[in-house]
Design a protein around this ligand. Sequence first.
Ligand code: ADP
Ligand code: MG
Length: 393
Amino acid sequence: MTVRDLIDRALRHAARTLGGKADVVARGPGRVNLIGEHTDYNSGLALPFAIGQATVVAVRERTDDLVIVCSDQFREPVRLRLDQIHPGQVPGWAAYPLGALWGLLGAGVPRDRWRGFEASFVSDVPSGAGLSSSAAIECALLVALDDLWGLGLDSAALAAAGQRGENDVAGAPTGVLDQTAVLNGRREHAVLVDARSGDVELVPLRLACAGLALAVVDTGVSHAHSTGGYAARRASCERAASQLGVTSLRELGVEDLAAASGPLRAEDARRVRHVVGENARVLETVDALSVGDLDRVGGLMTASHMSLRDDFEVSCPELDLAVEASLAAGALGARMTGGGFGGSAIALVREADLEAVETAVRSAFDRRGFGPPRVFSVQPEDGAAVVIPADSR
Ligand code: ADP
Ligand code: MG
């Protein structure tokens, strides 16, 4: 769906669900992570980009202290008073947008600056597929409220508010990478995020010009961040860093790996090898992009997958099959993306080969008795922004 189509759909949904005309409309895209997985909570590097699939929110001010949120994905709106928005008190999906509102407290926006509002969301970001529908919905609302209330917050403050809400209100122990990508994305660019310094740098990524696209294979296997695997990987990285006497695994380079593995238990040493190698692969990817060597980018993606599969052990049979089938059908490279244990794989594919890759993945899934995957392609698009500003009223 084009951005225009999605906005039109949002306005039609808002006309049915809001108590009157919207005051502000904003768009928050999903994101994919080209490379740099499980590095963010190790103060490392990642190279995500915002995609065309997005959540659009239409917000209307109220004169009382009620907040009403509704989504085209859920029948019932959620209604709360502003003073009821606290961790543990926001039900279901509303914990994502209203968690982001709560997160504004930490950005220096006290409750007496809050006003009641109605927000109506529509989205074409598949939910739970590893494309960060959660950051899309949070960031769409945050940029809308920033405009409506004249907050003037920068993207780092908005990203932190989204993360705080997701951690404390939605209960998902995630880093700030998704919100950073969603807020800073730019058409035909990836976003190099350095979790140690907080620096964000745009890196040209002209896939379409090179006749390429990124195919996303949503395996349909649901990943749940709050369950054991993700927390166990974080714990393993923290234990290894403390045993090695470094503040984070970012302090280690590939040249340190041989010496570093000595004191560690074998499993932790493998986790460290992934994180350290992955940081290096992100920098190599940036380097390859700077000279337009997309074959090398593909090779680095595939190397990332093997490291996530064998050393970090966060893949699953469906993700491995999506990667293998894509490569066999001519992809330049492929890897799982997101936290793992399900979710999506991505493949760098010539546009002319997109159909062949999709067919190959579908029939491979069918042969193995896996449920049919969803396959679509993405391009780097603009990050979250207001599309109809409040001052245009
Ligand atoms: P991901 O971010 O990978 O899509 P998450 O589990 O982090 O997966 O977030 C998905 C959750 O976010 C959904 O279960 C739902 O609660 C909420 N969500 C995301 N987008 C929407 C939307 N458009 N409408 C309502 N809830 C949404
Ligand atoms: Mg998410």
